[in-house]
Design a binder for this molecule. Structure first.
Ligand code: C2E
Ligand code: MG
Ligand code: MG
Ligand code: MG
Length: 276
């Protein structure tokens, strides 16, 4: 009886593992197709400067417009893309799309600040990253400040010495550099001073925690870094962050990530009632 039971359990277990492997494989196939069929697009979430009250740029966030399932969240497909290595192709697509948008705005004379892109750990540690980014600078005639690169804290803390070197190379090319999801990665705070970065992005998981926010902003001030708070959803949190000296706010309190045209419209009308 007990043996039978155990056997059944094993069958159930292996079947559910098989199902999840199948799902992953299916997703991988679909992601490859998505790249070929250009089913990805970027949405842009405004970043608002507390001091000036203006939109100073946007974070580009990838979206997958699936022909049958509609909009798929990156939280669902980025982890699978990272496991399979497809993230390298996806990141490349994002980098190109953002640079092309910078060029388009320059041609049309549209000013709405910098575009921030997210680079995966795999992309960040590719030996040819700096050479490829140098090629982007040339091809799209990027100016310093056009593109901000967001790297997560856990990515740079994996190998701080190597990370410092890569960041140095990117900075020399004129990119603005931010550490994303700061506070989640068990940083060796001492290595922070070796990173030639401009910005710390306070992770949304503790943006409402005054002690944590204060500590990060103090750290940023002593290293002469700017702070961006992500995931800010209400005015009370904006007020707290302003009092503590945070520089920039990004979150639903101002806007969710928007399709390109809507973002440009938003940036030009913000703050509301400010006729320009
Ligand atoms: P992230 O870089 O930390 O991006 C911030 C996430 O917080 C975004 O989720 C954004 O929509 C969400 N968010 C912004 N404001 C609020 C708010 O007020 N409340 C709440 N609850 N959430 C808010 P999203 O777009 O689903 O992206 C999730 C993650 O996927 C990103 O986290 C990033 O790690 C990754 N990702 C997104 N786009 C790309 C990309 O183009 N390349 C790579 N490599 N990763 C990406
Ligand atoms: Mg980010
Ligand atoms: Mg973030
Ligand atoms: Mg985050």
């Amino acid at each position: 009886q007990a043996k039978e039971h155990g056997k059944n359990k094993y069958h159930l277990y292996s079947r559910s593992i098989q199902a999840s492997i199948d799902r992953r494989l299916a997703l991988e196939v679909q992601l490859r197709k998505a790249l070929q069929n250009e089913e990805f697009l970027l949405h842009f979430q405004p970043k608002v400067d507390i001091g000036s009250g203006r939109v100073v740029g946007a974070e580009a966030l990838i979206r997958w417009q699936h022909p049958e399932h509609g909009m798929v969240s990156p939280a669902l497909f980025i982890p699978v893309a990272e496991e399979t290595g497809l993230i390298l192709e996806i990141d490349k697509w994002v980098i190109r799309a953002a640079c092309r948008e910078v060029e388009r705005r320059r041609t049309l004379g549209i000013a709405c600040g910098s575009i921030a892109i997210n680079l995966s750990a795999r992309q960040f540690s590719r030996s040819t990253l700096c050479a490829d980014m140098a090629e982007m600078v040339k091809r799209y005639r990027l100016q310093p400040g056009d593109i901000e690169i967001e790297i997560t804290e856990s990515t740079v803390m994996g190998n701080p010495a190597k990370a410092a070197e890569i960041l140095q190379g990117l900075r020399a090319l004129g990119f603005t550099l931010a550490i994303d999801d700061f506070g989640t990665g068990y940083s060796n705070l001492a290595s922070l001073k070796n990173f030639p970065i401009h910005t710390l992005k306070i992770d949304k998981s503790f943006v409402q925690d005054p002690a944590m926010v204060r500590a990060i902003i103090q750290l940023a001030i002593s290293y002469r870094l700017k702070t961006v708070a992500e995931g800010v959803e209400d005015q009370e949190t904006v007020a707290m962050l302003a009092t503590m000296g945070c520089d920039i706010i990004q979150g639903f309190v101002y806007s969710k990530p928007l399709p390109l045209d809507q973002f440009i419209d938003f940036a030009h009308r913000f703050p509301p009632g400010d006729a320009r």
